[in-house]
Write a protein that binds this ligand. Structure first.
Ligand SMILES: C[S@@+](CC[C@H](N)C(=O)[O-])C[C@H]1O[C@@H](n2cnc3c(N)ncnc32)[C@H](O)[C@@H]1O
Length: 199
């Protein structure tokens, strides 16, 4: 995804106490819910506002869009929202094994070229990391408008410990909606699945 450069993004993010700056294990008495590739954060901020009984973590590696999550959090100061400006490959530095109840992947980059498939957030190496941090019955919830990514992701799950509990070629709206979902719904169906970790 191409993103607009925000002049002050880097220094604002690096100096904000609303951002988790250095790797540390995230702990909460509340169930932990993680969104990977949060973009500008509309979805996770809406969820965190609606569900004060859970602790939400937004993970976004592009500081220019991560800055937009920070802006929302500066306004709302939600006590149950943390923001990590990192790449998902480093998840293990932030989460203990068996500590995350749910992971959301919303409109992950499709990486259509075969040589880039390993960068997909549903690729085998990422599924392995998710398996390690999710609780024993933790869930992975995925949405996309990209049919190839959807079908391939279902294939990737077959060699993992995840079992699909729900899937749809016309996924309905949820209580929270991401920037991409809002846009892509105008053009066609949204594909989605929920997969549960099996031990
Ligand atoms: C197409 S956007 C979707 C944004 C948002 N989830 C939505 O639905 O509106 C995908 C986002 O995932 C982020 N992303 C891609 N790979 C990532 C990774 N390995 N770790 C963290 N973020 C990643 C990108 O920077 C981008 O902001």
């Amino acid at each position: 995804m191409r993103t607009k450069k925000v002049k002050q993004a880097k220094e604002t993010i690096e100096s904000s106490d609303l951002i988790i700056q250095t790797p540390r294990i995230i702990k909460s008495d509340l169930p932990i819910v993680l969104e990977i590739g949060s973009g500008k954060g509309k979805f996770i901020v809406e969820l965190a506002s609606l569900h004060q009984d859970k602790y939400f973590v937004a993970m976004e590696r592009d500081i220019n869009v991560c800055y937009r999550i920070l802006e929302k959090q500066q306004d709302l100061k939600l006590p149950n929202l943390a923001i990590i400006p990192i790449d998902a490959k480093d998840l293990n530095l932030y989460f203990n094994p068996n500590s995350v109840e749910k992971i959301y992947l919303n409109f992950s980059d499709p990486w259509p070229k075969a040589r880039h498939h390993k960068r997909r957030l549903t690729a085998e190496s990422f599924l392995k990391i998710y398996e390690s941090i999710l609780t024993t019955d933790g869930e992975l919830e995925f949405r996309t408008d990209h049919l190839d990514l959807f079908n391939d992701s279902i294939e990737y799950l077959k060699t993992s410990s995840f079992k699909i509990t729900w899937q749809s070629l016309d996924a309905p709206l949820r209580t929270a909606v991401s920037e991409y979902e809002l846009k892509k719904r105008e053009n066609g169906p949204i594909y989605g699945f929920i997969a549960r970790r099996q031990v």
